[in-house]
Ligand binder design. Structure first.
Ligand code: CP
Ligand code: NVA
Length: 321
């Protein structure tokens, strides 16, 4: 039999649980700028440590669950998070946005519900605003697995890859970004700014990185009109697709304006002899980069892809460990 005292206590308990939840604000990773420069250096060091001995960290997320929510397609981000979860001892659960009730329910409610089943949520979404709402209402950390504005997990893997080749103090390095001032570019510039890496960019005037990100780089990121000038001092040359997911209708116009910015043998000839070639993949060989360069000895693109796993393990330990 339920006593009157129990009835009064039920509402008090609901209120207490509500207050307790409001007081708990999980830390999310939606942008590289959500981590301090010190944290970024620590994540690189930890990711490299985890890469060196992948079997040694199975206790880090033992008993935990990661939700992987995808509104867009993926190979690397999905597989690397599944592998990262496996190596850290967590269970991963993939949720396809389109075949879930994220299509029906209010985002705020659905995000909060998902967070009751997981210790962290990785979300790949069309709009950055979706991530902002999710992070505001999730009861566990939300990790950006790519949106229109940023791809911070990619940038972490990129600087980790550079650290494998150039050492963990990357200050003074120069990366040339050739092409679209897009999500991958923005996160790379954020990471470079934190680590003291110069970024020389070149691309069509109407597709430049936003002025705010450039201004926040403390002079480390700057544009060159001529891509050959951008690569002249480059330790690495980085490009990405000219047509990001969701921009398929702009294909014809984009191919036309981006053509002078292809990463090819002639452009690499204008760079220092040691310059590495980078690409986040998926690539469209023959467009933003030639097939020959993509698969050449100076290309580190497959290391970048592999390093997604190790960089993401460090992020998961930081946020969900
Ligand atoms: N680089 C990257 O994020 O690849 P996917 O789109 O395949 O995940
Ligand atoms: N700029 C690309 C990156 C894919 C990993 C896109 O957003 O589609």
């Amino acid at each position: 039999m339920i006593l009157p005292d129990t009835r009064a206590a039920a509402l008090a308990l609901a209120q207490a649980r509500y207050e307790e939840r409001l007081g708990r604000k999980p830390r999310s990773f939606l942008s590289i700028t959500d981590a301090t420069p010190h944290q970024i250096r620590t994540l690189i060091a930890r990711g490299l440590e985890m890469k060196a001995d992948p079997g040694a960290f199975g206790h880090v997320l033992a008993g935990k669950t990661l939700a992987l929510l995808f509104q867009k397609t993926s190979t690397r981000t999905r597989c690397a998070f599944e592998q990262a979860g496996h190596e850290l001892g967590a269970v991963t659960r993939y949720i396809d946005w389109q075949s879930s009730n994220f299509t029906l329910s209010d985002l705020e409610d659905e995000a909060r519900v998902l967070s009751r089943y997981a210790d962290a949520i990785v979300a790949r979404v069309k709009q950055n605003q979706t991530l902002q709402v999710m992070a505001a209402h999730s009861e566990v950390p939300v990790i950006n697995g790519l949106c229109d504005q940023a791809h911070p997990c990619q940038a972490l893997a990129d600087v980790l890859t550079l650290a494998e080749y150039y050492g963990q103090d990357l200050s003074g390095l120069t990366v040339a970004w050739i092409g679209d001032g897009n999500n991958v570019c923005r996160s790379l510039v954020h990471a470079a700014t934190a680590l003291g890496i110069h970024v020389r960019l070149s691309g069509p005037p109407n597709y430049r990185l936003d002025a705010k990100t450039l201004a926040s780089s403390n002079g480390l990121a700057s544009y060159a009109a001529d891509p050959r000038e951008a690569v002249a001092q480059a330790d690495a040359i980085y490009t990405d697709t000219w047509i990001s997911m969701g921009q398929e209708e702009e294909k014809e116009e984009r191919l036309r304006v981006f053509l002078p910015y292809q990463v090819n043998a002639a452009l690499v000839a204008a760079a220092p002899a040691h310059a590495l070639v980078m690409h986040c993949l998926p690539a469209k060989p023959g467009y933003e980069i030639t097939a020959q360069l993509l698969r050449s000895p100076r290309s580190v693109v497959f290391d970048q892809a592999e390093n997604r796993t190790h960089a993401q393990k460090a992020v998961l330990e930081w946020l969900a460990g």
